[in-house]
Every structure is written in C-alpha cells, then in structure tokens.
Design a protein around this ligand. Structure first.
Ligand code: 6PG
Length: 240
C-alpha cells in the first residue's frame, strides 16, 4: 500500500507559495520546539523562488526560528555560487541574504569544485551534521521537470540507479553538463517531502507521475516513513 499522499491544488503560483511558506513556518516551529533544530533541503529551479521571497519578507521573516534552521540543497549545478545558474546563488539572493540565519547554518554544495570531490565533501558534511546516521531531513522541497526529472535525477541518467550513496555527481546528457544531486534513498528517508509544481507545461507529466506507471525518476520519490505532499497550481493540475 502506498504511503499517504496529499495533492493540494491552488489558484496560482502566488497562492501555492504562500501555503508552502505556511507549511515551512509551521513545520519549523514544531521541529525547533521539539528538538531544537529544523533541517530543510531546498529545491533549485524557478518554481520555489516565490516561496523563498515569501519566507524572506514580513511575517515569515519575523516568525521562522532562523537561528535554529539549517538549509541544505537537494541538488546543485556545477557552477560558481555567483553564477546565475547556481541554486545556492538563487536562494541566497531571494532568501538567505535577507533573513537572520547564521552563516554556519548554510550547507551548500560546492558546485565550483570538481564534481566527484564536491559529492565526497557533501557526503561528509551530511554525515558530520547528522552524526553518521542515515540523514533524516525534516523537509525536502522538490520540483518536477517537464521530462519527469526531480533533483538532478534525469531519466536514464546514472543517478536513477543509485541505491547506496547519499550524494552523487550525475552527468546529464541532454544538458551536456554534470550536476550534483542527493539520491532517491536519501530523500526518501525524509519526514516531509513536498513537491512544488506550477504551470501548464507540467500538466501532462504531473498526471503521469501521479498515475505512477514507473516511467519517471519523480515517481521513485516514495517516503519510507514520512509524508509526501504535492502542492500544485491549477494550471499544472489541468489533467488531474
Ligand atoms: C534544478 C532543480 C530541478 C527543478 C526542476 C523544475 O536544479 O533545476 O532541482 O529538479 O526542480 O527542473 O524546475 P522549474 O521550477 O524551473 O520548472
């Protein structure tokens, strides 16, 4: 029997992002009050930027317990942090530079380094932070590509088959570039996994992924013990 899964449909990206900000805030308060820390792995791409902007303004900026929040990345492009392609750079500009989160709470993947070295380093960072046990993130935010990829796990790329490592370098044929990515087993360990999906260009792949025929990497996201939530706008939900 599949684990519980919620598909929440919103009027548009703004409403989706506001609800995602509420989800982030409520979960962070709950986890910080129960264990003193909240760990979240951020997604790259464009969809989450409205969420990051919401979290860095007004009510959320004031209410999230930033001093106890630790941010990680689900994946990263192999570029310098100041490159417009950088997932860390985008989150820095929209969120990190605007909230009182301590620098030591930011755990970025070193996209500027040699990919194999960067994944070894991040693997070490995760093991140091989570004390050597299998990391259990409180929250992993994910996006969905129109080709059914998530993180930087693209269809028929090597990372699809990775069952043991936490983080891998992954050569993406269609992009002609390496990416750094958390693996499916690591993400599936998380307590809360939230896909943010917006736009009509995602409508057909979203329907197929939710039908679960096993064609796409995004379908391999199945939390072992946690919760899977799809926060989508009505454009992406057109065929549901
Ligand atoms: C990345 C992301 C990737 C992204 C999807 C959706 O580094 O690009 O991690 O998995 O979430 O490609 O991207 P959009 O939100 O831009 O459509």
């Amino acid at each position: 029997m599949d684990k519980p899964r919620d598909v929440l449909i919103y009027g548009g990206l703004a409403e989706l992002s506001k609800n995602a900000a509420n989800f982030f805030l409520e979960l962070s308060l709950k986890e910080v009050s129960s264990k003193g820390v909240f760990t979240a792995a951020l997604s790259g791409g464009h969809t989450p930027l409205a969420l990051y902007n919401a979290l860095s303004s007004g009510y959320y900026k004031k209410s999230v317990p930033w001093k106890n929040v630790h941010l990680f990345w689900g994946d990263e492009r192999c570029v310098k942090p100041d490159n417009p392609q950088s997932n860390y750079g985008a989150a820095y500009n929209a969120l990190i530079s605007k909230v009182p989160i301590p620098a030591e709470n930011i755990h970025r993947m070193h996209g500027e380094a040699d990919p194999a070295e960067a994944t070894r380093e991040y693997d070490g960072e995760l093991k140091r932070f989570f004390g050597g046990a299998a990391p259990v993130f409180d929250l992993v935010l994910l996006g969905l590509g129109a080709d059914g990829h998530t993180l930087s796990i693209f269809p028929s790329s090597k990372a699809v088959r990775e069952k043991d490592r936490l983080v891998v370098e992954n050569y993406v044929e269609k992009l002609g570039q390496f990416r750094l990515t958390m693996t499916i087993p690591l993400v599936n360990n998380a307590s809360n996994i939230v896909f943010l999906v917006s736009g009509e260009d995602k409508a057909s792949v979203l329907k197929e992924v939710l039908e679960g025929e096993g064609r796409y990497p995004a379908e391999m996201i199945r939390p072992v013990n946690g919760r899977l939530v799809w926060m989508v706008d009505k454009q992406a939900a057109e065929f549901l």
